[in-house]
Design a protein around this ligand. Structure first.
Ligand SMILES: Cc1cc2nc3c(=O)[nH]c(=O)nc-3n(C[C@H](O)[C@H](O)[C@H](O)COP(=O)(O)OP(=O)(O)OC[C@H]3O[C@@H](n4cnc5c(N)ncnc54)[C@H](O)[C@@H]3O)c2cc1C
Length: 460
């Protein structure tokens, strides 16, 4: 019996295994349902094109992460890129972030944004929703121009019903001076925000750096092992091939809702029903290989307006020329929908591709290949139920020696950097009990959260 069992060999599971080994611990087993490791950080090749499960860019704001990229991946294997991104609004492009780049937009739009910023409501310590947070930070004009339509399209959820606790480093703040300057002076893409610079593998897509990480793990990685049941009473994981694995400590990086759906628990506990309350969206990721070079000079483009089907587009060949054959371009688009709702029709995806042809001036006959990929769980919805109940849910699991970590295990909005660091913190906390793992949601002051329609038994 392995002392530690890790479920899922995406980035977080691999990082946990790697950091256990780095700390001299080899008494673990790692299981993954797919035949290849990497989870969301995998890449596929198709007729000379390499596509990711939508563009995955390596943003580093942490010394250890940079050190990891340097020592384990090798900086010479990575492009170091300065962002070129923009937002399409009112039939023009303005660089990201909008809150300092209004120049070029219709004058009444700019005036609304400036007025709105000056009249914005006074900041409260705990805004009730993302919508309220955006109003307080940016005012009505910018909120209605960008934050409402974009975030609503991205999350596929009413943003008055989600919290702002995820915003952190993801949404740069602004000032009156910056707004005025960005309205009067020709736009520029400044080094603002967490994604101003990024690394990207020179070849092989995002899978390249995951392979580098996996190569460093000496213990076997058991692929094609799909978890079918987690018996918390007897502490045994059963797989769909009939194998089973007892554990002392379980590290799960499976999506928390799916994990809870597989749990067999004692009559004394009642954690499994929470799985049905966890909300997320799904993303349809369409990838195009195009027989024309340089269809755009951007890395990615935000499309907040409803008339465009995707919420965001990106151009792989601007991350690395190796992503496509010579004289070709490749791009991706992302369409979000609430996971509980039916998937968008293939007709909608076809219409989105037609919109791309119109925007970037290529014909159907220029498309060498198109690959549509479905990201079943993409963005966790930070609804009020999650905010109120998630910390208790994780505590209940930890009491059973189960740590549910990573983007979907912790049920949060996390980058690759954070996922790698979560695996490291987990490994270190297991080997040194004084060290607390990071990455779980922190308990919140529930009195600040508006009550939703919920019955007492829905609370954990
Ligand atoms: C649309 C989108 C764009 C993103 N872009 C970026 C970006 O540009 N930059 C960035 O830093 N981050 C980005 N991310 C975030 C990044 O993808 C995640 O932080 C990271 O991949 C999470 O890794 P993970 O191991 O926690 O989860 P996952 O990658 O989901 O890994 C979980 C693993 O568990 C396995 N598994 C699931 N069910 C079972 C089962 N029943 N049995 C066995 N195994 C199972 C899965 O196959 C998978 O391998 C993006 C995410 C999304 C959705």
């Amino acid at each position: 019996m392995a002392k530690i069992v890790i479920l899922g060999a995406g980035l977080t599971g691999l990082s946990t295994a790697y950091h256990l080994e780095q700390n001299g611990c080899f008494d673990f087993k790692l299981y993954e349902k797919e035949s290849t490791v990497g989870g969301l950080c995998r890449s596929v090749t198709d007729q000379g094109f390499t596509f990711d499960y939508t563009g995955h860019l390596l943003h580093s704001s942490d010394d250890y992460f940079t050190q990891f990229l340097t020592n384990v991946v090798g900086l010479n294997e990575l492009e170091n890129i300065k962002r070129r991104s923009c937002i399409r609004l009112h039939d023009t492009y303005t660089p990201f972030p909008i809150q300092i780049n209004l120049h070029g937009l219709p004058s009444d739009v700019i005036i609304d944004c400036i007025e709105g910023f000056m009249d914005r409501p006074k900041e409260k310590a705990n805004p009730k929703s993302f919508y309220e947070w955006a109003l307080q930070k940016f005012g009505k004009g910018l909120t209605n121009l960008f934050f409402v339509p974009y975030q609503q399209k991205l999350f596929a959820y009413d943003i008055t019903q989600i919290t702002a606790s995820w915003t952190g480093r993801f949404v740069p703040e602004t000032s009156l001076r910056a707004i005025l300057q960005g309205s009067l002076v020709a736009p520029k893409d400044e080094d603002i925000g967490y994604n101003a610079n990024f690394f990207y593998p020179k070849k092989g897509g995002i899978q390249f750096w995951i392979n580098k990480l996996a190569e460093k793990i000496t213990s076997p990685i058991n692929t094609q092992y799909t978890v079918e049941q987690i018996d918390l009473v007897n502490k045994i994981v059963t797989f769909s091939n009939g194998d089973f694995e007892p554990f002392e400590t379980l590290i799960s990086t499976l999506p928390l809702d799916r994990f809870l759906g597989l749990v067999k628990e004692s009559a004394a506990t009642s954690i499994t029903k929470a799985g049905k309350k966890l909300l997320c969206n799904s993303v349809i990721n369409f990838n195009l290989g195009i027989s024309k070079p340089d269809i755009s000079d951007k890395h990615w483009i935000y499309l907040p307006e409803e008339k465009y089907i995707p919420y965001r587009l990106g151009f792989y060949t601007n991350f690395s020329k190796e992503m496509a054959p010579e004289n070709c371009s490749s791009m991706y688009g992302e369409i979000a929908f609430l996971k509980r709702l039916p998937q968008p029709s293939t007709q909608l995806v076809a219409s989105a591709i037609t919109q791309m042809q119109e925007l970037f001036k290529f014909e159907s006959s220029d498309i060498i290949t198109q690959r549509v990929m479905h990201i079943d769980r993409a963005y966790v919805i930070y609804d009020f139920w999650r905010e109120k109940n998630l910390p208790a849910l994780h505590t209940a699991l930890v009491e059973q020696n189960v740590h549910s970590i990573g983007r979907y295990g912790a049920w949060k909005y996390a980058s690759m950097q954070e996922s790698l660091l979560d695996g490291k913190a987990m490994a270190e906390s297991l080997l040194n009990k004084n060290h607390t793992p990071s990455g779980y949601s922190q308990p919140v002051n529930v009195s600040e959260i508006p009550t939703q329609t919920e019955t007492p038994e829905e609370q954990l």
